[in-house]
Design a protein around this ligand. Structure first.
Ligand code: 5GP
Length: 214
């Protein structure tokens, strides 16, 4: 006798962890997904970097002082955190865990160190089957350099730093479940949609016990 009919209401949410170097185009990529897919929420991260023009506190990031960031670390409020380009960035547990428990999907845009921490934290917990990690690659180094420089948001020193970090980040792609090469935006968007749609149907997601994450 089947006593469980897997419905989106009953399954745990999917935790889509998206990484890729600055200039890989991942932001544009997931923004269209968020706009069209009502089942997935963006996890707003905390950061100690200063807001860029057009960025809004609470929508793009929670912009915090270092002191406030360290308070949150001490209070174990982060699912993961890392230093990226000389600033602190972190994912709040409150942005993620309850949503997943109630069956909503969550998208994280975090760097490779953060993704590694999420994988480690998920091990041996119900979160394990929720985690879907996706790495976005630019088609080549030239494109990456071009995209980074045409952003116009980075001063020269920061640009070099981001380029250097991008080279490092690129090495981590093998650790991810899926790889999307962002050569053509429309194709990459379809790929991201396809990966997420398929992952929602994964059997382990429907079998999870909603136990505590340590
Ligand atoms: P940006 O300053 O350009 O918004 O982001 C810089 C980098 O920080 C990006 O690679 C982004 O993925 C990463 N990042 C953003 N939020 C978080 C976070 O909460 N945790 C970690 N580990 N990285 C983050």
């Amino acid at each position: 006798m089947i006593n469980y009919f897997p419905t989106p209401q009953k399954r745990c949410g999917l935790l889509a962890v998206l990484s890729g170097p600055s200039g890989s185009g991942k932001t544009t990529l997931y923004q269209s997904l968020l706009k069209e897919d009502a089942m997935i929420d963006f996890s707003v991260s905390c950061t100690t970097r200063t807001p860029r023009e057009n960025e809004k506190d609470g929508r793009d990031y929670y912009f915090l002082s270092e002191e406030d960031f360290y308070h949150k670390i001490a209070a174990d409020e982060f699912l993961e955190y890392a230093e990226v380009h000389g600033k602190l960035y972190g994912t709040l547990r409150s942005e993620v865990e309850n949503r997943l428990r109630t069956g909503r999907d969550v998208l994280l845009d975090i760097d490779v160190q953060g993704a590694e921490q999420v994988r480690r934290r998920a091990r041996n917990t119900w979160l394990h089957s929720s985690v879907l990690s996706i790495f976005v690659l630019p088609p080549d180094m030239e494109q990456l350099r071009h995209r980074l420089s045409s952003r116009g948001t980075e001063d020269e020193k920061n640009f070099e730093k981001r380029l250097e970090n991008a080279r490092e980040e690129l090495k981590a792609w093998q650790e991810y479940d899926y790889l999307i090469v962002n050569q053509d935006l429309q194709t990459a968007e379809q790929d991201l949609n396809a990966v997420i749609r398929a992952a929602r149907l994964a059997v382990p997601l429907h079998l999870q016990e909603k136990t505590e994450i340590q």
